[in-house]
Design a protein around this ligand. Structure first.
Ligand SMILES: C[S@@+](CC[C@H](N)C(=O)[O-])C[C@H]1O[C@@H](n2cnc3c(N)ncnc32)[C@H](O)[C@@H]1O
Length: 259
């Protein structure tokens, strides 16, 4: 039921929105290189409109599977695949909480900004780890909990109680009120290229499910589940946003995990 709400939300909010390619690719390069992904099988868990699946595919992965619960987003991803004439990527509808893949079937698992939108982010992470091969790497970008998260959450939980037809107009009103503040701090230039402030507000304050974590909680979870942290970016998310932290971690091989 919760997943239905999330998929409907993304069908409306992100269906047409494809993050800027060059910026996304620059960010991807902070974590992976063509050499590292060459001949690898990749899962893009919660691929949205598919930008990172496309980047993996164009950078030389053998096979990329992008999954999402938003059919609208997946249809945009499919168009993007056709635009780039790619044959090494497939998009399919699937739930992060119950991945339809065998254990240890991917060399790389990428989940950018997704597990925190599920009903049970730890279950989503355990599913992503389950399908990852020993020796493979996982990348997670997750919303950071801060001292003011409770204020944002109070606003979001109030706003999502309003009727759905009011969400877009409300986002526009909030954007016009917030615009001077945002302009003042020159944040606008740093925000997602091609996306309007009202769309950012809709995405931030009207999403049905959102969880926030301290990096330490996720680090402990990953270590407990047999992963070694390889890279951590504390607050430098994509688009210069400080809302996410990112972990890249490697699943230990059996001999390493038993030693
Ligand atoms: C903020 S968007 C990120 C999309 C993409 N990873 C990107 O960075 O461009 C979050 C995505 O997670 C998807 N999502 C949320 N819950 C999901 C679930 N339980 N299973 C699969 N996808 C899910 C949403 O539909 C949405 O496309």
């Amino acid at each position: 039921m919760d997943e239905k709400k999330v998929s409907r939300f993304y069908d409306v909010v992100w269906t047409e929105y494809v993050p800027e390619y060059q910026e996304s690719e620059k960010h991807w390069q902070l974590f992976y290189s063509p050499e590292e992904i060459n001949d690898k099988k990749v899962l893009d868990g919660g691929c949205g409109t598919g930008i990172f699946s496309i980047i993996f595919a164009r950078q030389g992965a053998k096979e990329v599977v992008g999954i999402d619960i938003s059919r609208g987003s997946l249809s945009t991803a499919q168009k993007l695949k056709e635009k780039f004439a790619l044959t090494n990527v497939v998009f399919q509808e699937a739930d992060l909480l119950n991945l339809p893949f065998a254990d240890e079937s991917f060399d790389i698992v990428w989940a950018w900004g997704t597990v925190h939108h599920t009903r049970d982010p730890f279950r989503a992470m355990s599913e992503l780890i389950r399908v990852l091969k020993p020796g493979g790497s996982i990348l997670l970008a997750i919303y950071t909990r801060t001292k003011i998260t409770f204020i944002h959450e109070f606003i979001r939980k109030t706003l999502i109680r309003t009727p759905k037809f009011a969400w877009q107009p409300l986002s526009k009103i909030m954007a016009s009120l917030l615009w001077p503040v945002v302009a003042l701090f020159k944040k606008r230039e740093k925000s997602r290229k091609g996306e309007k402030l009202e769309e950012l507000i809709l995405d931030w304050y009207f999403v049905p499910i959102r969880h926030h974590y301290y990096p330490q909680e996720i680090k402990e979870y990953l270590k407990k589940n047999g992963l070694e942290i390889e890279k951590f970016l504390p607050a430098s998310g994509r688009f210069d946003s400080t809302s996410n932290f990112i972990y890249k971690a490697r699943k230990k091989r059996r001999a390493e995990s038993s030693s």
